[in-house]
Design a protein around this ligand. Sequence first.
Ligand code: SPD
Length: 357
Amino acid sequence: MELSELVAHLQQQAAAQKLRLHEKNVYRILSALLATSDFWQLIDYADVPVPTGVLIVRELEQQGYVTIDSENGIFLTDQGRELVEKFHLVAPVNAHCPACEGRGYAYWLDKEFYRRFIEIAKDRPKPLRNYDQASVTPETTVARVQMLKHLGDLHQKEIIVLGAEDDLTGLAIAMTRLARRVLILDIDDRLIEFDRTIIAELGLTNAEAHVFDLRQPLPDEWVGAFDVFITDPPETHSAFRAFVARGIATLRGEGYSGYFGLTLRDASIFRWQEFQRILLNDLGVVVTDIIRNFNHYMNWPYHSETLAARIAPVKQPPRTIWYRSFWYRIETLPGFTRWNEPIQTDALYLDEEGSTT
Ligand code: SPD
């Protein structure tokens, strides 16, 4: 079978599952197979949602290009190696700066702060499946703070953190004592309690934390009241509205900024196009930064209960960090839209492309 036929066939199967893929996804899986036999690392290298990766790997097996050993991983066959050579594919090259882990912002710049954050974060509540929690590494959280500092989004700013406080980004910002105000919202009362305890222990008078369900509209006092918002939504359309559109609604006016993560592990590049259209066309903001693989998520304890684990062609759980997201920064422009409607759904975390909850 020619590769174009294989891709067309895959696209048909994908459409039946409401998935979307293109030729590049297949090339990247094939390239990645030159570097790893670990399914989770394959998804990481190839930047495809897990269900799409499963579909591609299964089809490559059907066509004789790979063998799947559920205990040991996925391997190119001789026929697979011929295919890879025919298309001049090479193993992925890691040219990221090792010092900053490829982010461009050094988490170690303020070593004492980094050390204090690690000391506090070690006692944070464990990730819960019902809120799709998986904390980013302490290095990621501290790099977020350094980036805020670098871009003038920290000193004397009023900052709101909407959910994802399992990353403790709000707490880390408060710990710098550089912001004028930090308001932390999360649906999980364990995290809010944790933050409140540390805020009280450290005497952080500029920080407050509240339990809040982002499906609800924000109260008027928080709309148009902040200089900067930070969030890390699940990649469903409803969550993008609840976390990101609502974040934009909190900004004071034109020229204010927001930060959020988007992954390709639980959403396709086609979904990203939809999100980017919403940002530019509906919400009237401009994207100033997208940093690839800025956010590294520590593996979560409920992995074996997830759809991702059930459909994976191997039994091995992830042994290394494989779940990453890109860090977006936006700025509001004249005429931007403050969207703050209620969201009536229970399906905030999962859809056809998502599988890790
Ligand atoms: N279910 C575990 C991983 C979920 C992490 N959420 C990250 C969202 C990125 N925008």
